[in-house]
Design a protein around this ligand. Structure first.
Ligand code: UD1
Ligand code: BG6
Length: 371
């Protein structure tokens, strides 16, 4: 049921304040004056000891689910102290890459049925790793075959392009980082700030959804582009990959997400007055590096669209060159949840304006059950 919406993708983008609330429901404990703020993940409570002792945590997934894990990687590294590596499921299988008994392998999948991810799970089980699932579908193959896991509880997702599952996956993995981090005194203030940020996140997503009309206007300007690059780094490298994936899969426009730190090692050669580039430059420890990336892209006459924190337009885009998308600022590790929303809206409007099928893009399937 699409309710008042024209498409499932549109509905699923707009219901993110509610889906995020359901994802966190019963899992975040604010605590009274003497009780610490904590996270409860029922499905993992008997396994945290093993996870903390593992030699590394390896995230495995495809498409949007891989991108969600990439968005959560920095906070997991920071709070767990365990090395975190990333594997695209098909690539792990192609290489028969090393998976050990001492590893915790985390399988991220909205459907829980993706063939590549499922085969990678079988491979990791054979190699003796602790296998953890992060899935949206109760009773799915990945939920059943993992040793333990967390359901993201985002509600059924119908649009082929994943939107609300992405933000719920990131939130579950941020909660996973908090839970693995345990009660270490050294990171207590940081953990409490993240928990406060999680409580407030649905409101902040509601706020960023107000950019809908602005993104529709931007889509009108970009309707005939040949190509759209998205530059991000740090917490928002994943935002660049996921924003570009949305544009390419539904709007059928060539789009690539790029690590801004690699700009000088190739991508800069593409930049001239005909190239449109979205740069993610919200406030975090990478901000000054992104300011310099923006300057260099501007010097080569790239057509810039800069995503920055509210009130930061002048610092991010001095001289008023380029177009600015201002978004609410949240705790740095949660910022990817906010930053993807305008890009989801942009991809949606581009698709409608270009006259393509929003919910079932040509050649793609919601759940890819063959390899
Ligand atoms: C569970 C109940 C929820 C109830 C809550 C009350 C289910 C599906 N969930 O939620 O209805 O309100 O207790 O305390 O009945 N699992 C995997 N792999 C996965 C995902 C999950 O093995 O990919 C396992 C978990 O380890 C756990 C079970 O499935 O044993 C349920 O997981 P989850 O729904 O996340 O647990 P709770 O949040 O505790
Ligand atoms: C397909 C979907 O390619 O599978 C994507 O079209 C999705 O939206 C990918 O990200 C992975 O799916 P899942 O269900 O394993 O998260």
């Amino acid at each position: 049921n699409k309710g008042n919406y024209e498409h499932y993708m549109q509905k699923e983008i707009h219901e993110q304040p509610e889906s995020l609330k359901t994802t966190m429901s019963g899992r975040l404990i604010r605590g009274g004056s003497c009780k610490a703020k904590t996270v409860l993940l029922g499905g993992l409570k008997d396994h945290f000891k093993t996870i903390r002792r593992s030699r590394r945590i390896v995230f495995i997934g495809c498409g949007t689910s891989y991108n969600a894990a990439l968005a959560a990687r920095p906070i997991l590294e920071e709070l767990s102290g365990v090395p975190v590596t990333m594997e695209i499921a098909s690539d792990l299988l192609d290489r028969q890459g090393p998976i050990y008994r001492e590893d915790t392998a985390v399988f991220v999948s909205q459907s829980g049925e993706t063939a590549d991810t499922l085969h990678a799970l079988e491979y990791a089980l054979e190699n003796g790793a602790l296998c953890v699932g992060i899935t949206n579908t109760v009773g799915s193959a990945i939920a059943r075959h993992t040793h333990c896991g967390v359901h993201i509880n985002a509600g059924a997702e119908i649009g082929v392009a994943s939107t609300k599952a992405y933000t719920s996956q990131i939130v579950v993995m941020a909660m996973l980082a908090l839970a693995i981090g345990g009660d270490a005194i050294s990171s207590q203030t940081r953990r409490e700030a993240i928990i406060d940020g999680l409580f407030d996140l649905p409101n902040k997503v509601r706020e960023v959804l107000k950019l809908d009309q602005e993104m529709k206007d931007l889509a009108k300007l970009l309707i005939a582009e040949q190509s759209l690059l998205v530059f991000g780094r740090g917490y928002n490298y994943a935002t660049a990959l996921e924003g570009a994936l949305k544009v390419k899969e539904v709007a059928l426009m060539h789009s690539e997400g790029m690590l801004a730190g690699e700009m000088k090692h190739g991508p800069l050669a593409l930049v001239d007055e005909n190239l449109t580039i979205i740069v993610i430059a919200t406030r975090d420890s990478c901000f000054s590096k992104q300011q310099s990336v923006i300057q260099q892209l501007h010097a080569r006459k790239g057509r810039l669209i800069v995503m920055c924190s509210k009130g930061d337009a002048v610092s991010a885009c001095p001289g008023g060159f380029g177009r600015v998308i201002e978004v609410p600022q949240v705790e740095d590790c949660l910022q990817p949840v906010i930053n993807i929303v305008p890009l989801q809206l942009l991809a949606y409007h581009l698709t409608v304006l270009r006259g393509y099928n929003v919910d079932q893009p040509r050649n793609l399937a919601k759940s890819v059950t063959t390899q």
